[in-house]
Design a protein around this ligand. Structure first.
Ligand code: AMP
Ligand code: MG
Length: 412
C-alpha cells in the first residue's frame, strides 16, 4: 500500500503542463493568468464627480452653511458621458451628475442635498441661481484620474485566479483578451458490463450507471472542460478505438471501474498497451485501488474505482489536485481543518488504511466547526455521500468519540 500524500506527490510530478492560451477576458472566469496584466490606461481616465451636485470653486463657499448659504449662478448641467462647455468662474457652478468630468476651474462638488434645488426647482439650467449650504474642502466629491488604477500599473500578476471582480477590472482597463492556463479537456470513461445509461427497464444483473453524471459535474465545477466518452465497450477492439480517439482529444482521461486487483477487465489490458500505467493500492478507505499513467498524446490517465463513493473520494483527494495544478492554481492540495466530533465516529480498523468518512459539518454558536458522521458509510452508498458536506479523516486504529478533534475537509 502507498500513503495518500506520496501517491499525490507522484501524480503531481507526472502531470504534464499545458501551454497558455489567449482567451476573451469575459470568458476567463476561474482561470489563472499566465502573464502579468499591466494597465494601458488610467482608471478613471479623468477627474470626475462622485455624486450628483454642484461643481464649485471651494473658495467661493468659505463659511457657507444652512444659516448662511452661498449663492452661485448655474452654468448648466453636465451628465455622465458629457463635458462642461466652459470653466467655472468666481460665483459660478455647473450642475454635475455622478461620473461627469469635473469642469475646469472647479475644485469641489457640493451634493445636491446641501442645496436649495428641489424636484420642482432643480436649478440646473443656465442662469438659474442656487443656494449652497456647505463649505467643502478642496477635493470633496471628486474622484481623481488614476485613483483606481494608474496607467502602467501592474493590475494583476501572473498566477492570479480570475474571479468575477477581476473580470470587471480587466474590462475597466480595456484588457479584452488575457493569457491564461487553459481549462483542461478531461474525458470521462466509465466501464462495466452491468451499466445501463438508457431510460429502459433493467435486465437481471444490470444497474443504472451513476458515475458519469457525477464526474462530469465535478469536472465542470472545477473549471475543467469535460468530454463524455460514454461507457467503454467490453470488447478490447472497441475499447482501443474509443481510447485512441479520446487520447487525441483530451489532456486527461478519468475512468471509473476495472482498476481493482482481482479485475480481469479489458480496460486494464488496453491501458497497458497504450502507455505506462501504475496500479496503486492506496492506504485509504474507501477507494483503495487507483491507476495512473501517461498515454501517448501526452494524455494523463487517472483510473478510479467503480464504486460510486470510492470514485467520489478518490476524485476529491487525487484527481482534483492534479486538475488544479493543470489549471495553474498554487494551492492544489485538499485543505483539512480541525473540527469537533458531535458524535462517535466508530473504530477505523487497524489495517494501515486511513478512513475518509462522509459527514455533515456546520459551524456551532461558538464559531467552531462541528461534524457528525452519516449512517451509511459503504462505498456503494452514494445517497449518504450526497448528503455529506465534509470528509472526516480518521487514521487507522483510531475511534474518535464525541468531543474529539478530527481533521475535516469541507466539500462543495
Ligand atoms: P469495479 O471497480 O469495476 O470493480 O466496480 C465496483 C462496483 O462499482 C461494482 O459493484 C460495480 O457495479 C459498481 N460500479 C462500477 N461502475 C459504476 C458506475 N459507473 N455506476 C454505478 N456503479 C458502478
Ligand atoms: Mg467493473
Amino acid at each position: 500500500m502507498i500513503e495518500l500524500a506520496e501517491a499525490r506527490e507522484q501524480l503531481l510530478a507526472a502531470c504534464p503542463r499545458l501551454d497558455p492560451i489567449q482567451l476573451a477576458s469575459a470568458d476567463a472566469i476561474d482561470c489563472v493568468l499566465a502573464e502579468d496584466v499591466v494597465s494601458a490606461v488610467a482608471v478613471p481616465p479623468f477627474d470626475n464627480t462622485s455624486l450628483d451636485g454642484y461643481a464649485v470653486r471651494s473658495a467661493d463657499l468659505a463659511g457657507a452653511s444652512e444659516a448662511h448659504p452661498a449663492r452661485v449662478t448655474v452654468l448648466g448641467m453636465v451628465p455622465a458621458g458629457s463635458a462642461a462647455a466652459s470653466p467655472v468662474g468666481p460665483g459660478q457652478a455647473w450642475k454635475v451628475m455622478t461620473g461627469a468630468p469635473l469642469p475646469a476651474g472647479a475644485d469641489a462638488v457640493v451634493m445636491v442635498e446641501n442645496s436649495s434645488a428641489t424636484k420642482a426647482h432643480p436649478c440646473s439650467a443656465a442662469g438659474d441661481s442656487v443656494e449652497l449650504y456647505a463649505a467643502p474642502a478642496p477635493g470633496t466629491g471628486i474622484r481623481l484620474a488614476g485613483s483606481d488604477t494608474a496607467r502602467g500599473e501592474l493590475v494583476f500578476p501572473r498566477g492570479t485566479v480570475l474571479r468575477p471582480a477581476h473580470l470587471g477590472v480587466l474590462a475597466s482597463v480595456g484588457a479584452h483578451t488575457v493569457t491564461v492556463q487553459p481549462r483542461p479537456r478531461v474525458g470521462v470513461l466509465v466501464t462495466g458490463d452491468e451499466l445501463v445509461t438508457e431510460a429502459r427497464e433493467l435486465a437481471p444483473g444490470e444497474i443504472y450507471e451513476s458515475n458519469r453524471a457525477m464526474l462530469m459535474a465535478l469536472l465542470r465545477k472545477l473549471n475543467c472542460d469535460p468530454v463524455d466518452l460514454g461507457i467503454a465497450p467490453d470488447q478490447v477492439s472497441g475499447l482501443r478505438t474509443r481510447l485512441g480517439r479520446a487520447i487525441a482529444e483530451c489532456d486527461v482521461i478519468v475512468s471509473s471501474g476495472g482498476v481493482s486487483m482481482g479485475d480481469a477487465d479489458p480496460i486494464k489490458a488496453v491501458l497497458e498497451e497504450l502507455g505506462r500505467l501504475n496500479w496503486l493500492q492506496l492506504a485509504i478507505r474507501p477507494a483503495k485501488p487507483f491507476a495512473y499513467g501517461l498515454l501517448d498524446g501526452p494524455t494523463m490517465l487517472l483510473g478510479l474505482p467503480g464504486n460510486p463513493v470510492s470514485a467520489l473520494v478518490s476524485f476529491t483527494l487525487l484527481v482534483a489536485p492534479v486538475l488544479r495544478q493543470l489549471l495553474g492554481y498554487h494551492n492544489v492540495e485538499p485543505e483539512f481543518i480541525p473540527a469537533i466530533a458531535e458524535a462517535d465516529f466508530g473504530a477505523q480498523p487497524d489495517d494501515g488504511r486511513t478512513g475518509y468518512l462522509r459527514a455533515t459539518a456546520h459551524f456551532g454558536p461558538d464559531g467552531r466547526l462541528r461534524v457528525q458522521p452519516l449512517l451509511k458509510q459503504g462505498s456503494h452508498q452514494l445517497s449518504a455521500a450526497a448528503r455529506a458536506n465534509a470528509l472526516v479523516r480518521v487514521p487507522p486504529g483510531l475511534s474518535p468519540a464525541a468531543g474529539a478533534e478530527v481533521a475535516t475537509l469541507l466539500l462543495h
